[in-house]
Design a protein around this ligand. Structure first.
Ligand code: C2E
Ligand code: MG
Length: 525
C-alpha cells in the first residue's frame, strides 16, 4: 500500500524492482570483498572499482529495462480495460431503448433465452406482462410525435420506479412495454402488480403545456416448460392483451387457451373474407326506424350479414373488425353503400336508408365521390341517406373525417353518431363535427328501466341532443315499457325488435306495403 502511494504507476514499481535487482549483485560483491578484506585476503582494487561502478550502473540499466517491461504490460492492461469498457458500452447501447432508457427487446430476448437455456422455467414459472397504452395513436396523430415520445419517456420512468423489486421492465417498441416477473408469482400477486401498473395512469401525464390522461391494457402469460422459443410466450401475452383491449380499456387479462382458439377462428375468418365478396356471400337486412310519437316509418338501417358456405349466417360483429384489419372493409363498405342505395330507391319517398360506415372508409379519398356516385346511380335524393359513424373514427385523422363529413353534409347527406353513450361520448365531438342524429347505444336501453344511473344517462343524452339540435334515436327497444319511457323523456325515433327485427329487402318492402296506416315521414334535423 505504501509502495503504491509513492509509486502509483505500475511501471514505476517495476523500475524500482529492477533497480533493487540491479543493485543486488554489485552490493553482494562489495560486501564479499569487505569480508575477505577483513580476513586479510581480498580482490584487487580493479574488481572493487568495477563493483562500485556496477552499483551505480546496474540499478539504472535494470531499472530502465524493468520500467520498459512494466510499461508494456500496463499498456496491455489499459487496452484490455478500455476494450472491456467499450464492450460494456456497446452492450448497454444494444440492450437499452434509446428513447426511454429502459431495457429493450434485444435485452428481453437475451434474458428470456437465458431462462429457457438454463432450464429454470420448470422450477420457477416466470410471468410476462405485456402493457400497451390506450389511445397512443391518438396522442401521436393529434398532438405530434414529440408529445408521443414524451409520454413514453414519462411512462418508462413511472414503470421503472413502480416495478423496482417486483419485476424487470422492457420496451418492446411503439407503446408496448413488457414486465418480467420471476419466481413463480401467483395469479393473485400478478393481479396486484397489474393493479399497481394501472394505478400509474391515475395521475395525468404532463406533456408539453398540457396534462394528458390515458390508460393501459395488460396481457399476462406464464412461461411454460414446453416453450421452445420466446415468441411462444410473447404470443400468449399478446393474445391476452388483445382480449384485455376488447374490454373498455385500463384492464388486464390472464391468458387462457380459449383465446388461442378464438384467434385461430378469427384468422380463418380473415382468410375467408377475401373470397366472400367475390363469391356473393354478403347480403343486407333492413331494420325499420320509426318516429316515437307517430310510430311512422322514417327509415331503415342496412345491416350486413355473411352467408358462409360452411359456418352458416355470420353476424357483422364477428367479421367487421377482421374486415377493417385486412383492409377489405373498403370494397365491402362500398358494396354495402351501393346495394343499400339501390334498394332504398325502390321505397316510397321520403323513406330513408341508414348505412354504417367504418372509420377506415373515410381514409379512402375516393369514399365521398363513391357516396355521391351511388346516390346518382340509384337516383336517390341525398337527404334520404344517413351515414352512421361511431365516435372511434374521430380518434384518428380527425381533420380528414371532418372534411369528409362536411362535404357529405353539404351534398345533403345526413350524419348520425352511432352507439353514443359507450366509448368516449365526448361533448367536444358534438360541437366540432357536423351531425344530424345521435343514436343511443342499445346497452342503455336494456338496463335503463332497472338501473337509475343508466336512466339518468339516457335523460342526459336526450338533453344533449336537444341542446345540439340533433334528433335522437333509441336503439334496441324491445318492450312497450322502454318505448314509453324514452317517449316521455323526449326521444325522437326508436329502433328495435318491438317495432321489427331486421328483415330482408323483400321484407322491408312488405312492411312498407302492409302498414299503410304508418305514414312514412321524414326525419327532422
Ligand atoms: P348497430 O349499428 O348499432 O346496429 C344495430 C344492431 O342492434 C344490429 O345488430 C341489430 O340487429 C341489433 N338490434 C336491433 N334491434 C335490437 C333489439 O331490439 N335488441 C337487441 N338486442 N339487438 C337489436 P347487428 O346487425 O348484429 O349489427 C351489429 C353492428 O355491426 C352494428 O351495430 C354496426 O355497428 C355493425 N354493422 C352492421 N352492418 C354494418 C356495415 O354494413 N358496415 C359496418 N361498418 N358495420 C356494420
Ligand atoms: Mg348502426
Amino acid at each position: 500500500m505504501m509502495l503504491k502511494a509513492f509509486l502509483p504507476k505500475s511501471e514505476q514499481r517495476y523500475a524500482a524492482l529492477g533497480a533493487v535487482i540491479g543493485a543486488l549483485f554489485p552490493a553482494v560483491c562489495i560486501f564479499y570483498h569487505a569480508v575477505i578484506a577483513d580476513a586479510g585476503g581480498g580482490w584487487g582494487s580493479g574488481i572493487l572499482t568495477i563493483s562500485l561502478v556496477s552499483l551505480i550502473v546496474m540499478p539504472l540499466v535494470c531499472g530502465m529495462f524493468f520500467y520498459q517491461r512494466g510499461r508494456a504490460q500496463s499498456c496491455l492492461l489499459d487496452e484490455l480495460e478500455q476494450r472491456r469498457k467499450t464492450e460494456e458500452n456497446l452492450s448497454r447501447i444494444v440492450h437499452t431503448d434509446q428513447l426511454t432508457g429502459v431495457a429493450n427487446r434485444v435485452a428481453l430476448e437475451r434474458d428470456l433465452c437465458e431462462l429457457l437455456v438454463t432450464g429454470s422455467v420448470p422450477a420457477g414459472r416466470t410471468a410476462l406482462l405485456m402493457l400497451d397504452l390506450d389511445r397512443f395513436k391518438f396522442v401521436n396523430d393529434s398532438m405530434g410525435h414529440d408529445t408521443g415520445d414524451a409520454l413514453l419517456v414519462a411512462l418508462g420512468r413511472r414503470l421503472i420506479q413502480a416495478m423496482s423489486g417486483l419485476g424487470a421492465v422492457y420496451r418492446m417498441g411503439g407503446d408496448e412495454f413488457v414486465i418480467v416477473v420471476a419466481g413463480s408469482p401467483s395469479e393473485g400477486k400478478l393481479d396486484d402488480i397489474c393493479v399497481t401498473i394501472k394505478g400509474l395512469f391515475a395521475e395525468p401525464f404532463q406533456l408539453s403545456s398540457a396534462q394528458f390522461w390515458t390508460g393501459g391494457s395488460i396481457g399476462v402469460a406464464y412461461m411454460e416448460p414446453e416453450d421452445q422459443t420466446i415468441s411462444a410466450v410473447l404470443k400468449r401475452a399478446d393474445l391476452a392483451l388483445y382480449k384485455a383491449k376488447e374490454i373498455a380499456g385500463n384492464s388486464h387479462m390472464v391468458y387462457a387457451p380459449e383465446m388461442a382458439d378464438e384467434a385461430t377462428r378469427k384468422g380463418e375468418i380473415e382468410y375467408d373474407l377475401s373470397r366472400a365478396l367475390a363469391a356473393g356471400e354478403f347480403y343486407l337486412e333492413y331494420q325499420p326506424i320509426v318516429g316515437i310519437e307517430s310510430r311512422a316509418i322514417r327509415s331503415f338501417e342496412a345491416l350486413i350479414r355473411w352467408h358462409h358456405p360452411d359456418k352458416g349466417i355470420i353476424p357483422p360483429d364477428h367479421f367487421i373488425a377482421a374486415a377493417e384489419k385486412t383492409g377489405l372493409i373498403l370494397p365491402i363498405g362500398n358494396w354495402v353503400l351501393r346495394t343499400a342505395c339501390l334498394e332504398a330507391a325502390r321505397w316510397p319517398a321520403p323513406t330513408g336508408i341508414a348505412v354504417n360506415v367504418a372509420g377506415d372508409q373515410f381514409k379512402d379519398r375516393a369514399f365521398v365521390p363513391h357516396v355521391k356516385a351511388c346516390l346518382a346511380e340509384a337516383g336517390l335524393a341525398p337527404g334520404r341517406l344517413t351515414i352512421e359513424v361511431t365516435e372511434s373514427i374521430f380518434l384518428a385523422d380527425a381533420d380528414i373525417i371532418e372534411e369528409s363529413l362536411r362535404e357529405l353534409r353539404a351534398h345533403g347527406v345526413r350524419i348520425a353518431l352511432d352507439g353514443f353513450g359507450i366509448g368516449f361520448s365526448s361533448i367536444n365531438n358534438l360541437r366540432r363535427f357536423p351531425l344530424d342524429q345521435l343514436k343511443l347505444d342499445r346497452s342503455f336501453t336494456q338496463t335503463m328501466l332497472g338501473n337509475q344511473r343508466d336512466a339518468e344517462i339516457v335523460d342526459i343524452i336526450l338533453q344533449l341532443g336537444n341542446t345540439f339540435q340533433v334528433s335522437t334515436t333509441i336503439e334496441g327497444i324491445e318492450t312497450e315499457g322502454q318505448m314509453e319511457f324514452v317517449r316521455a323523456l323526449g326521444a325522437s325515433e326508436a329502433q328495435g325488435c318491438l317495432i321489427s327485427r331486421p328483415v330482408s329487402a323483400e321484407g322491408a318492402i312488405a312492411i312498407l306495403q302492409r302498414e299503410p296506416q304508418r305514414t312514412v315521414e321524414r326525419s327532422f334535423g
